[in-house]
Design a protein around this ligand. Structure first.
Ligand code: NAG
Ligand code: NAG
Ligand code: NAG
Ligand code: NAG
Ligand code: NAG
Ligand code: NAG
Ligand code: NAG
Ligand code: NAG
Ligand code: NAG
Ligand code: NAG
Ligand code: NAG
Ligand code: NAG
Length: 393
């Protein structure tokens, strides 16, 4: 059955690069216990979208609980749109593969931004340090299968998709990935970090190490995120609705305008104004089911591998705009994530200066990439580099 997908492989063309990338559609058969939110009519207009956010942000309540009527098993066969990258000439066994999960507002290109000749590319940097990468559009988004935005596309099912992709890579059943990585590290951004966190809580043996970027377990600032996004129906926004090969149905919401994107992802004076325009032009939506379940991750995690958390100093959704402002005795909000990992082999956290929530879109993005790669290298993940080191800058 998998051989039918081999024909979907093709070389990503058009970029002058020291990397070779393959786009592949990976079919996964998965099921999950999802929430049934029959207490909520899927918002279909922009007015409904705002009413939904008012419900979600109202103090003193828990709208997820109000809307939840039951749990039910959702199963399906879905296509996941992925991109696998390796440095030119180094398809070899024994390397570490990083599986990259993007956050809300983006697709997999968050990790390999073509902007400014790829000099913001996380993938390029990781490759230059001897890793291989697999990025993918999360289930429900971009060129991966879309689904019902309320009862289907939720955290629980998406985590199963990530787990299944990981298993397929581990047992060598993803066509086109000719090398079997000796180690797999999972790296997330924001909601993608929450899914990475949930993955290793449920299936600790699937990952050898995790990096959570733009992440904390402090949910106090979620209302800033929800309100600041000014969510609208993605289907009514020409920008979002043309960003993938298949359309978004009502209940897929996208942030309103460039000002909203700036509020959610950027720290003023530390980014190129044109990259904000780029992010707005390429923005991706979120489903109401994701918003209702994004906090549905366990409070503690028995993962035993190494854990690294890195946040932009001025992250709004996870730090309220200041990751070092903490009542108490810790050093940062990122450092506070340690309490959730009593069994981690190593825990380390880092605050990337002069940076907002969208770490990869700031001038000094590669400074943060270096911190991540240094951590992973110290944990023994770097490849023994036989090739000549080729970087873009
Ligand atoms: C492969 O995916 C990338 C985004 O990850 C996209 O920019 C590129 O156009 C795709 N390549 C092809 C040949 O479709
Ligand atoms: C890397 O490989 C790709 C595809 O095989 C090729 O187009 C590109 O020119 C190569 N780049 C370098 C720097 O060797
Ligand atoms: C908001 O909550 C009220 C009361 O729980 C409910 O009747 C209404 O359907 C909800 N609307 C949306 C769009 O969430
Ligand atoms: C809100 O309700 C959901 C569903 O019952 C529950 O899983 C979650 O823990 C609740 N959140 C809080 C902060 O109590
Ligand atoms: C997955 O993609 C293949 C090839 O484009 C298509 O034939 C198939 O119907 C898709 N499956 C799903 C579940 O969307
Ligand atoms: C990797 O190892 C497998 C066997 O485990 C072998 O079939 C494959 O050819 C190797 N790939 C490379 C690029 O060496
Ligand atoms: C759609 O997005 C653009 C920016 O990309 C924004 O200027 C516009 O107001 C939005 N339109 C609607 C109807 O929300
Ligand atoms: C998704 O598909 C569209 C249309 O085929 C293409 O333009 C776009 O580059 C693809 N996006 C990704 C992330 O592959
Ligand atoms: C962030 O919080 C710390 C600790 O309260 C404070 O010293 C610092 O000035 C704050 N940073 C900004 C930019 O407000
Ligand atoms: C921080 O405070 C808590 C309780 O207030 C205490 O249990 C803990 O030991 C303190 N940690 C440090 C590093 O001082
Ligand atoms: C990319 O290049 C631009 C222009 O040279 C520069 O301003 C920016 O800091 C660079 N960004 C990264 C992440 O290297
Ligand atoms: C860029 O990032 C690195 C790594 O965090 C840091 O050491 C350096 O001070 C940063 N540079 C600026 C100008 O913020």
């Amino acid at each position: 059955m998998l051989s039918s997908t081999i024909g979907l492989w093709f070389l990503a063309a058009g970029t002058v690069s020291a990397k070779t990338c393959y786009n592949v559609t990976v079919p996964v058969s998965i099921s999950a216990r999802n929430g049934v939110f029959d207490g909520l009519k899927t918002p279909t207009t922009n007015t409904d979208a705002t009413a939904f956010v008012l419900n979600m942000t109202r103090q003193g309540g828990n709208f997820t609980d109000d809307a939840l009527t039951d749990y039910d098993t959702v199963s399906g066969r879905y296509n996941i749109s992925t991109q696998y990258c390796a440095p030119n000439g180094t398809v070899s066994n024994g390397t570490t593969l990083q599986i990259l999960t993007h956050g809300i507002g983006f697709d997999r290109t968050y990790w390999d931004l073509p902007y400014n000749n790829f000099n913001y590319s996380y993938v390029d940097y990781a490759l230059s340090r001897g890793f291989q990468t697999l990025s993918y559009d999360r289930l429900g988004l971009g060129n991966s299968s879309h689904g019902d935005p309320k009862n289907e596309i939720q955290t629980f099912l998406e985590v199963e998709a990530l787990a299944q992709i990981t298993r397929m890579i581990r047992n060598g059943s993803v066509p086109g990935i000719r090398s079997k990585p000796s180690k797999i590290v999972h790296v997330g951004h924001a909601y993608g970090s929450a899914q990475t966190y949930a993955l290793v809580a449920k299936y600790p043996s699937l990952s050898d190490g995790i990096v959570l970027t733009g992440f904390s377990l402090n949910s106090s600032f979620t209302p800033l995120f929800l309100a600041g996004a000014n969510f609208q129906q993605a289907s009514q926004n020409r920008t979002t609705s043309t960003q993938s090969s298949n359309k978004y149905s009502p209940g897929y919401l996208s942030s309103g305008n460039a000002g909203n994107s700036e509020f959610l992802f950027f720290y003023p004076n530390h980014f190129d104004p044109k990259i904000l325009a780029y992010a707005e032009q390429n923005k991706q939506p979120v489903t109401v089911g994701e918003l209702l379940t994004m906090a549905s991750v366990p409070t503690t995690n028995d993962f035993t591998g190494p854990v690294f958390v890195i946040d932009g100093s001025n992250d709004v959704p996870f730090c309220g705009g200041n990751c070092t402002a903490i009542g108490g005795n810790g050093t940062s909000i990122a450092a506070g994530v340690k309490d959730a990992f009593p069994s981690a082999k190593t825990f380390s956290s880092y605050i990337q200066p002069n940076t907002g929530h969208g770490l990869n879109l700031h001038y000094n993005a590669t400074g943060g990439y270096k911190e991540i790669a240094d951590f992973l290298q110290k944990q023994g993940f770097a490849m023994k580099m036989k090739m000549k080191k080729k970087t873009r800058n």
